[in-house]
Design a protein around this ligand. Structure first.
Ligand code: RB5
Length: 154
C-alpha cells in the first residue's frame, strides 16, 4: 500500500503516477485535491499520519519537490527524500531508509518520475552502519503529529 498526495504544482504528475501504480497492481490511497491552489504544508499532516502510524510508504509531489520535503521533514519519524533520478531514489531507500519519496512535478518528466517510484518501492534499507545515523537523526526535536481531532463550542 502506497499513499500519494500533492499540491497544485504536482497534481498532473501525481495523477499520472496514481494511474501507473494502479495499472501495476499496487494499492494506492491518494489525497489529490482538485482545488486551483493547494498549499503544500496543508497536505502533510494526512501523509505523516499514514506513513508514521500506518507504516505506509508515501509519495509527495509539488512543483519543485522542495516545499513538500521541507514540510514533511519537520515531523518525527519522517524521512522524506527529494529525488530526481533512479540513483537518488535507490540511495534514499538503501542508505536513508526514506519513507516518503518526494518529486518535483515541474522538473521531472513522467517516465523518469515513474522509474523513481518503481526503484524507490522495490529497494530495501541496507541497515548496518546507516542505522546509527538514522537513530541520531531521530534524537533531533521535531513536530509530533497529532492523532486526534478537536472541536470547540462556546
Ligand atoms: C506552487 O506554485 C509551488 O511553489 C510548489 O508546488 C512547490 O514547488 C514549492 O516548493
Amino acid at each position: 500500500m502506497v499513499v500519494l498526495s500533492c499540491d497544485h504544482g504536482g497534481r498532473d504528475l501525481a495523477l499520472f503516477l496514481q494511474e501507473c501504480l494502479v495499472k501495476d497492481g499496487i494499492c494506492v490511497e491518494g489525497a489529490i485535491s482538485l482545488e486551483q491552489t493547494v498549499d503544500y504544508p496543508c497536505v502533510i499532516p494526512w501523509m505523516v499520519q499514514k506513513v508514521r502510524y500506518d507504516k505506509k510508504m508515501g509519495i509527495l509531489v509539488c512543483g519543485s519537490g522542495i516545499g513538500m520535503s521541507i514540510s514533511a521533514n519537520r515531523y518525527q519519524g519522517i524521512r522524506a527524500a527529494l529525488c530526481h533520478d533512479e540513483t537518488t531514489a535507490r540511495l534514499a531507500r538503501q542508505h536513508n531508509n526514506a519513507n516518503i519519496l518526494v518529486l518535483g512535478g515541474r522538473l521531472l518528466g513522467p517516465v523518469l518520475a515513474w522509474q523513481c517510484v518503481q526503484v524507490f518501492l522495490k529497494t530495501t534499507f541496507e541497515g548496518g552502519h546507516h542505522q546509527s545515523r538514522l537513530a541520531a537523526l531521530e534524537k533531533d526535536s521535531k513536530k509530533v503529529p497529532f492523532l486526534y481531532s478537536s472541536f470547540q463550542n462556546d
